[in-house]
Design a protein around this ligand. Structure first.
Ligand SMILES: Cc1ncc(COP(=O)(O)O)c(C=O)c1O
Length: 340
């Protein structure tokens, strides 16, 4: 064990498999393996479940009645929290960014089915006033005699990120058993907790390899370098780790956001379609699609050497994908033929 972990709940189906992507490897010129964290469960799936095992255990320890968290309308993290709360008999209140659509789809449909309370806020209000909104909700619940536990966006804090310290241990055990010498691990970065956890795991293990890489799907590299270091420092404060953040280098590969968060682009969509058709592995346009496209470009640019073994972390996102049919319209038009 890399550290003394606080107690966690068992919510994820672990260990998730590591699969070799033979046809994609041949096309890309690296030895590609995929860690299937999209398979941590069914509706309770994706990378957030590992973080919630620790965060919700803390909520239960603190005797919370209600869990509050926040995210975009198609947030995978909010959906996973809503479903996990339903499993645990906790109330869940989601603070969502943007106006409610006329009908719920994808993650939002699952939020509704799990019985979460949904509060929608215009984008500007959400981005500038979230701390006040959270504070007001916590007070309102307290007045009603209920204890609230707040999980920040993406559960990307010290406690949530422990899920990926443990995932790093899981990866090391599996790759040793499978006799795979992984040189690089690559993951999408949306709020930083997954990358911070993997990096913390590597630092605690004192291994030189694998190198851990994040590909950001919003904001920019300097923002996430700072955020990952902030999370590592929070781990120092809470769990007595001793990360010397001024000496740590955090690898974030920028350049694959496109026009912005959750706005897909043509080359990314082609990469998603190709992986689905050659490997039967489905990525999403918001997180894993951008990260995987970034990985293919970085291979072409020579960052990952020919025949290096690369482990791509599939962090989930399939329910968000279900709300994004219109982005696939050009493929649809080519595919559809009427027959008489
Ligand atoms: C499917 C998926 N992949 C990757 C990420 C990024 O993980 P993190 O927020 O820990 O950076 C998220 C959430 O932001 C996600 O929902």
């Amino acid at each position: 064990m890399l550290m003394r972990y606080p107690k966690r709940l068992r919510l994820a189906q672990l260990p998730t498999p590591i699969e070799q992507a033979l046809r994609a490897s041949a096309t890309l010129g690296v030895n590609l393996f995929i860690k299937r964290d999209d398979l941590t469960g069914s509706v309770l799936s994706g990378n957030k479940v590992r973080k919630l095992e620790f965060a919700l255990a803390e909520a239960v320890r603190q005797k919370a009645d209600v869990v509050i968290t926040a995210g975009g309308i198609q947030s995978n993290h909010c959906r996973a929290t809503a479903i996990a709360c339903a499993r645990l008999g906790l109330e869940c209140h989601l603070i969502l960014r943007g106006a409610p659509p006329s009908a719920p789809q994808g993650n939002l449909l699952l939020d509704l089915m799990a019985g979460a309370r949904l509060s929608f806020f215009p984008r500007e209000v959400y981005s500038t006033k979230k701390p006040e909104i959270v504070g007001t909700l916590i007070e309102e619940y307290a007045r009603a005699g209920k204890r609230a536990y707040y999980i920040p966006v993406g559960a990307s804090n010290a406690i949530g990120s422990l899920g990926y310290v443990l995932a790093f241990e899981e990866i090391c055990r599996q790759t040793e058993r499978l006799n795979i010498n992984v040189r690089h691990i690559v993951t999408a970065v949306g709020s930083g907790g997954t990358l911070a956890g993997l990096l913390a795991g590597k630092l605690l293990s004192k291994r030189r390899r694998p190198e851990i890489w994040g590909i950001n799907v919003c904001d920019d590299a300097p923002t996430f370098v700072l955020e990952v270091k902030r999370i590592l420092e929070e781990m120092n404060d809470r769990f007595s780790t001793r990360f010397q953040t001024e000496k740590i280098s955090v690898n974030v590969l920028d350049g694959y956001v496109g026009k912005g968060y959750a706005i897909p682009y043509h080359e990314e969509m082609d990469a998603i379609m190709q992986l689905a058709q050659t490997e039967g592995i489905v990525l999403d346009p918001v997180y894993t699609g951008k990260a995987f496209y970034g990985l293919t470009r970085e291979i072409t640019a020579g960052r990952f050497g020919r025949n290096d073994t690369v482990l791509f972390l599939h962090t989930g996102g399939v329910f968000g994908l279900m709300a994004q049919g219109p982005f696939f319209s050009s493929y649809w038009k080519k595919c559809v033929k009427m027959r008489y």
